[in-house]
Design a protein around this ligand. Structure first.
Ligand code: G4P
Length: 539
């Protein structure tokens, strides 16, 4: 599937070795827990120093860098997912950033389908918060292994036992402390490494761990004072007796999380966390597809699109599909098969993303994420292969919680609006539904901010001023036959009977709209031969 002169197929052992060097992960956190600060510090450790400013940039600096989207300028928030790559100790880390704002959780959920592990950042004073929990649930759906980083230990924090207990109780996840804080808040002196059994003083770099015979070594009292040393010895004794031990197998299966303590702001505990990621987080694994599972070491390339982004760069009005590679090697100039349509997609200039900067990739391996520029051919959920007909599973769409009719200010622009909405729906900015009774198109979003983004982009990028009118619906569900073989007729009957409260999504799938949860439940009772879904896998 490559043009003459472009040799794509690498030896299987080379693919396995390269895949084995990859750690592809995301950070999940409730807003304000410290995700941005941690990202910056991880990149600094990984040698990607020039990026630190880009991540952290606030105010004017951030605005300049993100000026590709007007809404970002207006709101001063970042709504784009980017991919950051850094190297450390011979490993390649791909950090898939996710928008922090909760309105964009759908994007975040999809990004989580493209990672092999996640770092869950908790604010030491707050523990598990609403958004942490939601994101965790998505990780659980996919059994993504999670490393916990309890951040802000330099400030007033909750008792570590209490935090560990909360993780176990609220997330039903075993929590194994691999570090233990020495002292609290302004007295925070560093951490005790529960596995290597050494002391890591705060304000020391990665390599200045102090080896001791145990937490009760008299040397520790000299270093941090008798009181803190005694407290540590007692707590470590208790933790060893009461908390689960770290178990790699249980972690990889998603049933246990190792817990690190540190302070992103003080740049403390980051090296320890990175060592944990390197050692415990899995490289790309076998991935489920409809035809068969795909192994990362297979020589033929496979990958899937988990995000589509338009107009990342105002100078290139193209669309970029973010492709997570699952097997094989990608080289410039390859032609790949888009399995959904059977079309050939040329990959002439695959892009690596360094924050908002683009860089052309010469080659990429399983675990890497590359951007493929296209004119709208590639959609979220698409599988790309060198020719094999298989589809990766699991890139989800979530039933939107806000449904609005689109109101066009100028009827002459109807055709333009249709194109714009269709493109923005393919990009995943909104979901688009065509009511069966022919009324105005309906857009569905998870949060209000998404509507603002839609309105702004319609106007700025497509020159279509539009507004939104309320609908009488509060929720929608995808409708499928309970038994695909025999109940097709029931689906058609449902569509005919409910023309005013039904529509089609962007892929022509039947959806039902409901004015209340009570009505949804009633429909479920009335139509036992149908299923009503809040989540749909793409393709
Ligand atoms: P987010 O991306 O998860 O939303 O969090 P972010 O990193 O932006 O951090 C939120 C706030 O918490 C920031 O303060 C940041 O400086 C602070 N912070 C992050 N890590 C630590 C830590 O380890 N210790 C302490 N004490 N604070 C931490 P801010 O005042 O909102 O922003 P800024 O003015 O400091 O940039």
């Amino acid at each position: 599937m490559t043009p003459a002169g472009v040799s794509a197929t690498a030896a299987p052992n080379e693919v396995s070795a390269e895949a084995g060097r990859r750690r592809t992960f995301a950070i999940i956190a409730h807003p304000d827990a410290g995700k941005t600060t941690l990202t910056e510090k991880l990149l600094l450790r990984g040698g990607a120093i020039q990026l630190a400013g880009a991540v952290r940039a606030k105010g004017n600096a951030r605005r300049t860098r993100s000026d590709w989207m007007k809404i970002e300028q207006d709101r001063g928030i970042s709504v784009a997912t980017s991919v950051m790559t850094f190297e450390r100790g011979g490993l390649i880390f791909n950090l898939l950033d996710t928008p922090g704002h909760e309105d964009f959780s759908e994007d975040t959920y999809r990004t989580l389908t493209a990672v092999d592990a996640a770092v869950m950042v908790l604010d030491a004073a707050k523990g598990i918060e609403a958004q942490t929990r939601k994101l965790f649930e998505v990780c659980r759906l996919r059994d993504i292994p999670i490393i916990t980083f309890v951040n802000k230990m330099d400030r007033e924090a909750r008792d570590p036992f209490e935090l560990i207990d909360e993780i176990e109780k609220t997330l039903a996840l075993d929590a194994a402390p691999v570090a233990w804080p020495v002292g609290r808040a302004s007295e925070f002196a560093g951490t005790w490494d529960m596995l290597a059994r050494h002391f890591l003083p705060v304000d020391a770099d990665d390599r200045s761990a102090i080896t001791l015979s145990g937490p009760d070594d008299p040397k520790l009292a000299e270093l941090v004072g008798a009181e803190r040393a005694a407290a540590l010895a007692e707590e470590v004794g208790l933790a060893e007796a009461a908390c689960p031990e770290f178990d790699l197998e249980a972690f990889r299966q998603g049933t246990l999380t190792p817990v690190f303590f540190g302070s992103a702001l003080r740049d403390f505990g980051i090296g320890h966390l990175l060592d944990g990621l390197a050692r415990y987080a899995p490289p790309p694994q076998s991935r489920a597809a409809d035809a068969r599972p795909v192994e990362p070491g297979e020589p033929a390339l496979t990958g899937f699109v988990f995000k589509v982004q338009a107009n990342m760069d105002p100078n290139h009005r193209d669309r970029v599909a973010f492709v997570r590679l699952c097997s094989g090697r990608l080289v410039k100039g390859m032609r790949l098969k888009q399995v959904r349509t059977g079309k050939q997609v040329p990959v002439n200039a695959p892009l690596f993303f360094f924050a908002k900067d683009r860089q052309v990739a010469e080659e990429a391996w399983p675990g890497d994420v590359v951007g493929v520029a296209n004119h709208g051919t590639l959609r979220i959920g698409d599988t790309l292969t060198e020719g094999e007909a298989l589809n990766f599973r699991g890139v989800p769409s979530f039933a939107p919680e806000i449904l609005r009719h689109v109101r066009l200010e100028d009827p002459m622009l109807a055709k333009k609006l249709k194109t714009a909405l269709s493109q923005l729906a393919e990009e995943g900015v909104v979901q688009l539904f065509r009511p069966l009774d022919g009324s105005n198109p309906v857009v569905g979003v998870v949060g209000q901010l998404q509507l603002d983004v839609l309105q702004s982009r319609l106007k700025v990028e497509y020159g279509v001023p539009a507004g939104f009118d309320d609908t009488m619906w509060q929720m929608m569900r995808w409708v499928t036959p309970a038994d695909p073989g025999s109940d097709r007729a029931a689906l058609d009957r449902f569509a005919t009977t409910n023309r005013r409260d039904a529509g089609e999504d962007h892929d022509g799938e039947l959806v039902a709209f409901f004015g209340s949860d009570w009505r949804r439940k009633r429909a479920e009772e009335e139509w036992p031969m149908l299923r009503f879904h809040a989540v749909r896998e793409q393709h």
